[in-house]
Design a protein around this ligand. Structure first.
Ligand code: SF4
Length: 255
């Protein structure tokens, strides 16, 4: 008989959905179904037992094929490669557990390697800003219960955090947001017309102009003209645009 495990936390994105149900086989060794997760979250679980998953070390052959080797052989090959390297770079780590990162950094010290991780092209700038000016923040529960203006800045939750809008930010009915999406207005700041921007009341496109420290913004209703067609005299500060659009109802979602 199968067994259903409730209240499982999805390990993929920052939405951290904690309402997943996972069905496993009688002996607990096979994962059969995942309920409540988005397509990315489901794949994260189901792919762990995929037949094409690489679970053993492999060595690339001159003819382009891969040969499976033992862990000892893989360690010896890698040690030789690092010992001969002049400027090794240890890069990645974002999907690596803490213990493995610790060992990797020890090896980097021994081999005098440079270390970098994927935050260099992702959340690294966020952390620099946090160190420079601090971090105004709140819980996602507060967002759900209180937020009536949502600004998605440089992100596309429809694709990257698929349940963010349904669990916290746009659709759920909260304590002070009892009308759900009717109580909220969404503004997207992004140079691309993303699927999130198509749902917003307004999309703002930042433009950095020569001689100006702060970027100016073109704003448009997503159902309207392309942001590239915004006339120069419509470029305003982001605050001006917020005042302009902040009082208007979400397109097609008037209370
Ligand atoms: S939105 Fe999807 S990927 Fe992200 S935590 Fe929830 S189920 Fe997982």
């Amino acid at each position: 008989m199968t067994k259903t495990i409730p209240d499982v936390i999805c390990p993929f994105c920052g939405t951290l959905c904690d309402d997943l149900e996972v069905v496993v086989s009688d002996d607990g060794k096979q994962l059969l179904e995942v309920y409540n997760a988005c397509v990315i979250g489901s794949e994260k679980f189901l792919h762990s037992q995929s037949k094409d998953r690489v679970t053993r070390p492999r060595l690339h052959q001159p003819d382009g094929t891969w040969k499976e080797i033992s862990y000892d052989e893989a360690a010896e090959y890698t040690a030789q490669m690092l010992a001969k390297a002049k400027k090794p770079l240890m890069y990645g780590w974002s999907s690596t557990n803490c213990e493995a990162q610790s060992v990797g950094n020890e090896i980097a010290e021994i081999t005098r390697a440079c270390c970098d991780n994927t935050a260099a092209v992702c959340h690294g700038t966020t952390l620099i800003a946090v160190q420079d000016i601090g971090l105004p923040t709140c819980t996602l529960g507060e967002v759900k219960n209180r937020a009536d203006r949502i600004i998605f800045w440089g992100c596309n939750p429809v694709h990257a955090h698929p349940r963010h809008m349904s669990r916290y930010s746009i659709y759920p009915r909260g304590f002070f947001t009892g009308k759900g999406q009717m109580s909220r207005k969404m503004i997207v700041v992004d140079p691309r017309v993303t699927d999130t921007a198509k749902l917003a009341a307004a999309q703002c496109t930042p433009r950095c102009l020569p001689g100006r420290m702060a970027p100016r913004f073109c704003c448009r209703h997503p159902q309207g003209e392309d942001p590239g067609s915004c006339r120069h005299d419509e470029e305003r500060s982001f605050r001006d645009h917020l005042l302009r659009y902040g009082g208007n109802p979400v397109a097609g979602q008037e209370p």
